[in-house]
Design a protein around this ligand. Structure first.
Ligand code: HEC
Ligand code: HEC
Length: 359
């Protein structure tokens, strides 16, 4: 998956280089950007924390990062006026102190309504294409506009209703015009919020400094044993693989199959029977901050999570064959949990609420 995406990026670069080369050969004038873009084009250079793979960053060609767009996205992410009754912002359910989740089993949105799934830690989103537990949004741009029309989240009937409300805020009209060269559109709201979300990263954890940086005492002895187990006997890297601890694929562990409300997960998107009950492998970065765990928020602690894997998940006809009982000793379970605690890092702490909003 990672390899494929990397090749994709290379291919895009190659095409871009080729077309500029052809343009030069043909003596064509360089493409003129509209004036409005030039103003805001101050490039935003992502600071990639140690341990993350810069070449895996996914940024669509039609939405390059710029300083102004990231700043606009930050305003939109925190602004409660972008809900039907001024009570809910993205940040209501994605709070920095909980690794951009909400600390609850399932989220509570507008008028206290509960949703059906737990809010995932929305960081390192720059490294994924498919977003949400079931991957139903193919890009972060698409993801970024979904919650506004979710009846239990921001509560608008449709995007037109939200845009009409936003257009009453002169300050936003001015910013959109400056940055995009046009009045507020839902597409541009998505581009700005996606840009901001791409700047929320997590890396340079003790585990990175030990593993990639060769800092022998960045991890305790117990966490070092945990790392070995994570890759070996406990089989975690079969799915939580690569620098972001996710294969970006979907697996059925059996969460929910011991209740009478099974979430069909990826199957709802693909209608492929192989995807029944399969959810996206989440990143494990900042995992010690983002309890409770799993798509239904059933586990309060990492110890409970490890016990669940140790017993081989919850059996069901669609369970992933990679899930088998592990026979870990109590000490080994403890080592694994210590390793998971070493995945807290940095790269998100700067993403703070704005002090004032456009009027
Ligand atoms: C009421 C709480 C709530 C609000 C408000 C909310 N979210 Fe979420 N968010 C969730 C839940 C719950 C999920 C998981 C839903 C799913 O996967 O079906 C989620 C998923 C996500 C994901 C996917 C993460 C991943 O790993 O795939 C991102 C990114 C995200 N939200 C960003 C946002 C943005 C941006 C906004 C504002 C436009 C927002 N959220 C508003 C609760 C909320
Ligand atoms: C077969 C693939 C697979 C294997 C093997 C696997 N995981 Fe997972 N992991 C997932 C998926 C998929 C989820 C989300 C499942 C859900 O909510 O239904 C998940 C969720 C988690 C969560 C909760 C994340 C959150 O944000 O709520 C933790 C913690 C976790 N795994 C740790 C581990 C550890 C530790 C191991 C090794 C003992 C492991 N996983 C092995 C695929 C896997």
């Amino acid at each position: 998956m990672l390899g494929k995406r990397f090749l994709g990026v290379l291919a895009i670069c190659a095409v871009a280089m080729l077309s500029s080369w052809i343009a030069t050969l043909a003596g064509a004038a360089p493409e003129q950007k509209p004036a409005a873009n030039a103003q805001s084009a101050a490039e935003y250079k992502l600071t990639i924390p140690f341990g993350l793979d810069e070449s895996a960053v996914v940024i669509p060609q039609d939405n390059p990062l710029s300083r102004n767009k990231v700043e606009l996205g930050r305003l939109l992410f925190f602004d409660k006026r972008l809900s039907k009754n001024d009570t809910i912002a993205c940040a209501s359910c994605h709070m920095a102190k909980f690794a951009f989740t909400d600390g609850r089993p399932v989220s509570t949105g507008i008028r206290g309504q509960k949703g059906g799934r737990s809010a995932p830690a929305s960081l390192n989103r720059a490294f994924s294409s498919g977003q949400f537990w079931d991957g139903r949004a193919a890009t972060l741009e698409e993801q970024s506009v979904g919650p506004f029309i979710n009846p239990v989240e921001h509560g608008f009937a449709n995007h037109d209703e939200m845009i009409a409300k936003m257009k009453k805020i002169a300050g936003y009209r001015k910013l959109f015009l400056q940055i995009f060269g046009e009045d507020i559109t839902i597409g541009n709201v998505g581009k700005a919020i996606a840009s901001f979300q791409r700047t929320i990263l997590s890396g340079n954890s003790p585990a990175d400094r030990f593993d990639m940086g060769g800092e022998a005492n960045a991890l305790s002895d117990s966490a070092q044993k945990g790392l070995e187990l994570f890759r070996g006997k406990a089989r975690c890297t079969r799915c939580h693989s690569g620098f972001n601890f996710s294969d970006e694929k979907f697996h059925n562990l059996g969460i929910g199959w011991d209740t009478n409300t099974v979430d069909l997960g990826r199957y709802l998107v693909t209608k492929n029977p192989e995807d029944i009950g399969a959810l996206k492998t989440p990143t494990l970065r900042e995992i010690a901050r983002s309890a409770p765990y799993m798509h239904d928020g059933r586990f309060k602690t990492l110890e409970e999570v490890v016990n669940f894997y140790n017993q081989g998940g919850v059996k069901n006809p669609h369970q992933d064959q990679l899930i088998i009982p592990l026979e870990l000793t109590d000490e080994e379970k403890h080592n694994l949990v210590d390793f998971l605690h070493a995945l807290n890092g940095e790269g998100w702490q700067q993403a703070k609420a704005p002090r004032a909003f456009p009027q």
